[in-house]
Ligand binder design. Structure first.
Ligand code: BDP
Length: 707
């Protein structure tokens, strides 16, 4: 018996030392702080005033976090009786907060203040806000400081954008379009009867990074989401998320009135159609009084829309905007549209359709614009639409799920991509007219503003398909809140919370994350190449593919490689001219175009000399090789970090990096084998693709070649 107890104790000890983590806890792990930090973060009591579902969520989170990190949850007290109290609340919910006369005006509805104060001679820390949800955000920020071992310094923070929203491309049958992390977490079958604890953990994670909205269903929407049955289910979900400050919105299918109620038309000018939407809005708002509004993909990639009836996007958007206006709802109308016209450059399409409509949208319509004019590529110049619709609220759409960037396994931190977009200067109103200022509404004084992110969340144990994919969810939320925060700063705080604050670990990991985006550009689509992924699933290289059902779905359309050169002449197509000066002039001249966009804007001969002095072909080879080398470096950097990570997470990252390396080699070799037949120049002496082009062309989906 004694032997057994000893063995058990030893096993338990060992288990604690190498505690496996699935990643379920995301960045909210709340593991014990090291002994030297216990005093710095000690809390004697939580002093909370009145209760509300949101204030209770804040207090519960503080208890959970402090219990995990400091060993025990602090007591709850009504007043400050000793040093070290943590006071939380709004002036309305807490007389202690009210008595402090804090400068809360600048915080708006959602901002928060963390401040070290003295109350009746006792040292205390206060987390205060104008609303309960601001207190919740403050509680998460406070826990973030402890988790990342930062001092509890005075902090004042308010979001720069109003709508910070996840777009789930989840279907009602739980399949997820472009999802690489398992099935949808939203189980419509068991709603409304069962509220999965996972919904609450999802809400906590989102609130911790300031996300305040979600669309649970795919933009390629099923009309059934607007049926009475699904509205009841959506209500249950909205009720579960509400305490965490998250509003529910729905993607709608334009033809829903015909599909659900057998109307003869969905023409936005038809009175019966308007009456249908009016009744539907009333039904939804009765169930969900704070319903956020509708997200619409119309007349895009085969989806129905107002153009089916000779109307335009504004006619459609305004119809539903008017019916939800009295309830405070918003319509997010997507600008991701392009006609199947081979004579038209697809990159110019959204601009051509939307710019003429500037000024005709209602003020509760936000046009949602993808960061680039084509489609979530590893690198695109920003969409010229951002600078061209001053009379319309525009919101930025980013893709968190890595559809075109290695999907589940590749370690690609999207912070640098998001930052590059937000900081891009459109020159809409002269220098300094960044996308950040357009999406936050400040450039042209729009009241509605926001950022949308296509979610990478599924029911995998680690939510996002890999530990490092979690960082992309995290950075989306942090940048939607603070459009000026740097990708590096966010990578650092994420790493500290997700793994450890030990600088021996943090520094190399942050460097690895920061380099990862350029690596994927290099091994997939350097020098402005784009959309050369295999048709349909978008995994793996297929620059040769010319078989898709539409010309603008075929990779060859996007590079047009031939003996005389490669790239698309987007000066001739009119695309470069869609930018404001001085960008249009810059992009129109080959020598002035930044090299990362070279083949995006120009068609150039293979012997064109780039800035390095190499020919275009040699430069392309160098980029592809550099990308693969960067992944090999990630592998060796990560291998050295084994002592800092539990085996489970270490093992996942190690094997995924090996997959990424193998696939990066595949990308490099397949693309170079293809382009080599046109370049008329040899490979460098120390490199050649391992197999002939025909081998790569014959390879089945999801089967990278043996190393
Ligand atoms: C493309 C995706 C497709 C989406 C579409 C969209 O491949 O699955 O439906 O974007 O954004 O990138 O609507």
């Amino acid at each position: 018996m004694r032997l057994y107890v000893c063995a058990l104790a030893a096993a338990m000890l060992f288990a604690t030392a190498a505690k496996a983590e699935t990643g379920y806890d995301l960045w909210l792990r709340y593991t014990p702080v090291e002994a030297q930090y216990k005093n710095r973060y000690a809390v004697s009591a939580i002093v909370a005033g009145a209760s509300s579902p949101t204030l209770d969520a804040a207090r519960d989170e503080l208890n959970r976090g402090l219990a995990g990190m400091l060993g025990a949850a602090p007591a709850t007290a009504g007043t400050v009786t000793g040093d070290g109290a943590l006071v939380i609340g709004t002036p309305a919910s807490s007389s202690v907060v009210a008595g402090l006369n804090l400068p809360l005006n600048a915080l708006g509805r959602e901002g928060y203040l963390i401040r070290n104060v003295v109350i009746g001679g006792r040292k205390a820390t206060v987390i205060a806000a104008n609303s309960d949800v601001g207190v919740l955000y403050g509680a998460f920020a406070y826990l973030r400081l402890i988790q990342s071992r930062q001092p509890i310094a005075d902090t004042l923070s308010a979001p720069k954008t109003k709508i910070r929203i996840l777009n789930h491309w989840d279907n009602l049958d739980r399949s997820v379009e472009r999802g690489y992390a398992g099935a949808s977490i939203f189980n419509w079958h068991t709603l409304p009867g069962h509220i999965s604890p996972r919904y609450i953990d999802y809400a906590r994670a989102n609130a911790s990074i300031g996300i305040n909205g979600m669309v649970p269903n795919n933009v390629n929407a099923n009309a059934a989401i607007l049926s009475a049955e699904y509205i009841e289910k959506a209500k249950a979900l909205a009720d579960a998320l509400r305490p965490y400050g998250i509003r529910l919105y729905l993607s709608v299918r334009w033809s829903a009135p015909m599909e659900i109620s057998k109307l003869k038309t969905a023409d936005p000018m038809d009175p019966a159609v308007k009456a249908w939407w009016q009744a539907k809005a009333a039904e939804i708002y009765k169930a969900i009084p704070d319903f956020g509004g509708f997200l619409v993909k119309a007349n895009s990639e085969g989806q129905p829309g107002p153009q089916d009836y000779g109307r335009n996007h504004a006619d459609g958007a305004n119809l539903i905007a008017d019916v939800i206006k009295p309830y405070g709802g918003v319509v997010m109308w997507r600008a991701f549209v392009y006609a199947n016209d081979p004579k038209l450059d697809r990159a110019t399409a959204a601009y051509k359709e939307f710019v003429p409509l500037d000024g005709s949208f209602r003020d509760n319509v936000v046009v949602q614009v993808k960061n680039g004019p084509i489609d979530f590529m590893p690198r695109e110049p920003f969409s010229p639409l951002f600078a061209a619709m001053p009379k319309t609220s525009l919101m930025l759409e980013l893709q968190i799920t890595k559809e075109y960037l290695g999907q589940q396994t590749h370690l690609v931190y999207l912070g640098p991509l998001f930052e590059e977009t937000l900081k891009a200067d459109t020159y809409a109103r002269g220098p300094g007219s960044t996308i950040a200022k357009i999406t936050d509404g400040s450039l042209d004084g729009h009241a509605t503003s926001g950022v949308a992110g296509v979610a990478n969340i599924g029911n995998d144990a680690d939510w996002s398909g890999s530990i490092f994919n979690q960082a992309n969810w995290y950075v989306f939320g942090r940048m939607a809140w603070d459009t000026e925060i740097s990708a590096r700063a966010v990578a650092e705080e994420w790493t500290r919370q997700t793994f450890t604050a030990d600088p021996q670990f943090v520094n190399p990991v942050v460097n690895m994350m920061m380099a990862s985006r350029e690596a994927v550009v290099d091994y997939m689509t350097p020098l402005g190449l784009h959309h050369i992924m295999a048709y349909g699933h978008h995994m793996g290289p297929a620059p040769w593919d010319d078989t898709g059902p539409r010309e603008d779905w075929r990779p060859v359309y996007y590079h047009r490689a031939a003996k005389d050169g490669v790239g698309v002449d987007r000066v001739a197509s009119g695309y470069a001219a869609q930018y404001r000066s001085p960008l249009k002039e810059r992009f129109s001249k080959v020598a002035a175009t930044p090299e990362e966009y070279l083949l995006w804007f120009h068609r150039l001969p293979w012997d064109y000399r780039v800035k390095s002095g190499r020919t275009l072909w040699q430069e392309m080879v160098a980029h592809y090789r550099r990308g693969v080398d960067a992944v090999a470096k990630m592998q060796s950097d990560w291998a050295a970090l084994k002592p800092y990570v539990d085996d489970e997470r270490f093992g996942q990252v190690t094997s995924f990096l090996a997959i990424q390396h193998r696939e990066a080699v595949w990308w490099r070799d397949a693309c170079l084998a293809y382009f080599a037949q046109f370049s008329g120049q040899p490979f460098p002496p120390d490199y050649a693709p391992k197999y002939p082009l025909s081998y790569y062309q014959a390879m089945p989906i999801y089967a990278s070649p043996p190393p």
